[in-house]
Design a protein around this ligand. Structure first.
Ligand code: ZN
Ligand code: FE
Length: 276
């Protein structure tokens, strides 16, 4: 996993240039009430990306403290608590703004438009892009497979999902299905620290889920110590997050529906959460 060649391009016998996997360094910056902004550094090229800058000042300050020079801004969706720092950071650093093609008109300063199926090369680290509409109609997620890192914005939260401001239950269930297919070892870097309140809700719809109860207890302990509960682990989310489990009989039964119609189950669970 480690060694001096990590992230470097090597000449191999046969004259074929081989690019080694490049693992991102990731820094989490809590801002506003409960938002998370992420700084990513790709070690081979020194590229530094900011994911979803709500605001500029704390992001610029952290980058400076790390001696990381910001080269990119990555946006998952247009909401101001994810893009509010775009222009100031771009002005200060010259960083390239990468955001959803489907929502280009609402992403301040967008330079590069990406969408479903695209692979965006951040330095030497490929990010696979998924269109994940539902919370907003142009929401995207970035998956860095080599780093086991998913930046899910306000689509997939730890133990929850985003509100359906601009989409239907069918759209959101389909979007979450794309993320659910990723490997269990994927870390979920979401846009907010909502895990504890999400856990309280999740326990109302799957009270007998032992994995959920264990996760919830752990989250309570972490929050009592003021610790971040993000990133989560996708494998654990699959076993506990009700919004990834609308096709599970235990959850469907609890809301009086059949797991044969996961969209209806998803919609019912989402409605309950909206008024929880
Ligand atoms: Zn949002
Ligand atoms: Fe948000």
């Amino acid at each position: 996993m480690t060694g001096p060649t990590r992230g470097a391009s090597l000449r191999r016998p046969g004259n074929r240039q081989v690019t080694m996997a490049t693992i991102l360094q990731i820094e989490q910056i809590p801002v506003l009430n409960d938002n998370y902004v992420y700084l990513l550094r790709e070690p081979a090229t020194g590229s530094v990306g900011v994911v979803d800058p709500s605001v500029a000042a704390p992001v610029l300050a952290r980058a400076q403290a790390l001696s990381w020079r910001i080269t990119h801004i990555l946006n998952t969706h247009h909401h101001n608590d994810h893009t509010g720092g775009n222009l100031e950071i771009k002005q200060a650093t010259g960083g390239i703004i990468v955001g959803p093609r489907a929502d280009r008109a609402r992403i301040p300063g967008i330079d590069v438009e990406v969408g479903d199926g695209d692979t965006y090369l951040f330095g030497q680290a490929p990010a696979q892009v998924f269109d994940v509409p539902g919370h907003t109609r142009g929401h995207i997620a970035f998956w860095f497979a080599e780093s086991n890192a998913l930046f899910s914005g306000d689509t997939l939260f730890t133990l929850g999902c985003g509100r359906l401001f601009e989409g239907t239950p069918q759209q959101m269930w389909t979007s979450l299905g794309k993320l659910r297919r990723l490997p269990d070892a994927t870390r979920v870097y979401c846009g907010h620290e909502y895990t504890q309140s999400n856990a309280r809700f999740a326990l109302t719809v799957e009270p007998d889920n032992a994995a959920l109860r264990a996760y919830s207890a752990r989250v309570d302990a972490m929050r009592a110590e003021g610790k971040s509960t993000v990133p989560g682990l996708l494998g654990e989310e699959k076993a506990t997050n009700p919004f990834l489990r609308a096709d599970q009989a235990s959850l469907a039964a609890h809301v009086g529906l059949s797991a044969d119609d996961p969209v209806a189950v998803f919609a019912a669970v989402r409605r309950r959460k909206d008024v929880f």
